[in-house]
Design a binder for this molecule. Structure first.
Ligand code: FRU
Length: 528
């Protein structure tokens, strides 16, 4: 294998001592915690590192029954979004079309609503709407992923084999981190086979914050981009290419040139897709200077549009300025891929690193966004729920939103409005409108502002209670499609010119809608 030499060195210095410690570590936990997780049914209590990384086998039935019942009873569960059965879900992984079905894997720690020992869970679907839960598939069960099967991507190798490229997170006894870019295949019959050795180890010049390989096809050759931190602690994206069709031998190209600006201290989850040949790079820079591109969340999810991809030079040519992918409160780690039907499909984690949401208390956190189609119109990136989403609509009603709140039968609906003058909408409201989320429309300035401060549960306030976006106001009308689902709200402006995705936590009965000035709207209840 091409960098086996390098890998061997890592193995001797980093891994071997650690693998012994690792076994002792589990046994020690087993005894020290005596499998007593009774204190852990208060999910808001802090989790220690040994608790987060103990083996799955060490959780007893009483504990798993308890967390399963707690999540099942949670009033924050969404009805048409992907969410974890228990524990914490974060990044979408391995989004692909294989064996006649869309495959959407996701990061999950099933034993608690915290970032712990991660596996890949899998959902499959023929229509991107009805998802079949296939359970956990890729486990952290080898020396090259002992502390987590971290994020990655997928590409069909044949009708029977889906190639998975993922990061194996490992920790030494001294807490040092080593990251391996590992390969595996997932067969049509549902079986995972991991490659014996990592496909890539961290090259010289980068720290072990090196992860999230995204594989893609470009003119018949297979490439991957990986999120990285340079030895100078700068965010970067590294390009690699496959040497063979079976994807067992990989080699680094160079760091991907796509900007001259400083990209913060780390880039996570890079994705390169081609929208009608135009390359679009999606990525999550951490520690990005606000002067490079302003953002409101702890970490942004951004993109650039280029006019070409040059694999020889490892560069994207004539890239645009950086843009925020989404202007809502919680969106991260968007994963996109070129689907065989020609569409570019994307799924995002409606959550953020280093942020807990109120469903933590019920034993779970994190949902995936609606599946969005990415298109370019007049050089601008648009994101809109895939056409199949229309099949969720039922019970269409023309309503007039008034100052006096009216109740929607549920908080799982789509609301469509065309707005021509300044207004303020109130959603997730209670009957007397003392509790709500507001959306202020300013037609003159072409801005929309979402405000969460009047909700009964205030959380994540350190980054502020409002988020704003701008829209093209030259037509004098702004079209809004709002998708509410119990504890989430995705707002699509002008058919996807802008998007605001957020989590909303309120009481189940707060399904009222109102507006400052009367306005008609179409309301559909959305199927489960
Ligand atoms: C992004 C991320 C990835 C990593 C994964 C671990 O949210 O930190 O960089 O692979 O989550 O769950």
């Amino acid at each position: 294998m091409n960098n086996y030499q390098t890998f061997d060195t890592v193995y001797i210095f980093n891994y071997k001592p650690f693998s012994k410690v690792c076994q002792a570590f589990d046994i020690k936990n087993f005894l020290a915690y005596n499998l007593d997780m009774t204190n852990k049914t208060d999910y808001t209590l802090p989790w220690t590192s040994p608790e987060r990384y103990r083996s799955y086998a060490s959780y007893d039935k009483a504990y798993t029954d308890e967390i399963t019942a707690s999540v099942a009873a949670s009033t924050y569960k969404t009805t048409y979004h992907i969410q974890p059965k228990t524990g914490l879900l974060n990044d979408p992984n391995g989004f692909s079309f294989f064996n006649g079905k869309y495959h959407l894997f996701y990061q999950v720690f099933p034993y608690g609503p915290v970032h712990g020992l991660k596996s890949w869970g899998l959902m499959t679907s023929t229509d991107l709407i009805h998802w079949q839960d296939e359970g956990l598939k890729l486990f952290p069960d080898t020396v090259y992923d002992s502390h987590g099967a971290y994020s990655g991507s997928a590409l069909p190798l044949s009708d029977d084999q889906l190639f998975l490229f993922y990061t194996g997170n490992t920790r030494g006894a001294d807490k040092s981190r080593a990251a391996y870019q590992n390969g595996a295949t997932y067969s049509a019959s549902g079986e995972i086979k991991k490659f014996v050795s990592p496909l890539l180890t961290t090259p010289k010049g980068y720290t072990d914050h090196f992860r999230d390989p995204m594989i893609f096809d470009y003119q018949g050759d297979k490439y991957a981009i990986i999120g990285a931190q340079t030895a100078e602690l700068q965010g970067a994206v590294v390009l690699a290419h496959a040497n063979d069709a079976s994807l067992t031998s990989w080699e680094y190209s160079k760091q991907l040139a796509f900007t001259k600006q400083d990209m913060g201290y780390m880039i996570e989850c890079p994705n390169l897709v081609f929208i009608e040949q135009t390359p679009v790079l999606l990525f999550c820079p951490q520690g990005l200077d606000q002067a490079v591109c302003a953002y409101d969340n702890i970490f942004p999810n951004m993109y650039v549009i280029a006019d070409g991809f040059d694999p020889e030079a490892s560069s994207l040519t004539n890239t645009s300025a950086l843009h925020n992918l989404d202007d809502g409160f919680e969106v991260y780690a968007t994963q996109a891929f070129n689907a065989p039907d020609g569409r570019v499909l994307a799924s995002s984690w409606l959550g953020l690193p280093d942020l807990d949401d109120p469903s933590l208390a019920d034993g779970w956190q994190g949902i995936l966004s609606l599946v969005k189609e990415l298109t370019l119109k007049n050089g601008k990136l648009y994101q809109y729920p895939v056409a199949e989403t229309l099949s969720l609509r039922q019970n269409q009603e023309q309503i007039t939103l008034l100052d006096m709140p009216i109740a929607s039968p549920t908080n799982s609906y789509e609301l469509e409005l065309e707005i021509t003058s300044d207004n303020e909408l109130y959603l997730f409201a209670n009957a007397d409108k003392t509790s709500y989320v507001s959306l202020t429309v300013d037609m003159l300035n072409g801005t929309l502002t979402l405000n969460r401060e009047h909700l009964p549960i205030n959380w994540a306030e350190s980054y502020g209670n409002t988020r704003s976006t701008t829209f093209d106001n030259t037509t004098g009308t702004v079209k809004l499609n709002l998708f509410a689902d119990t504890s989430s709200l995705e707002i699509f402006v002008n058919d996807g010119e802008k998007v605001m995705s957020s989590r909303i936590f309120t009481a189940p009965e707060n399904t009222y809608l109102a507006a400052k000035s009367d306005i008609t709207a179409t309301l559909w209840q959305l199927k489960k």
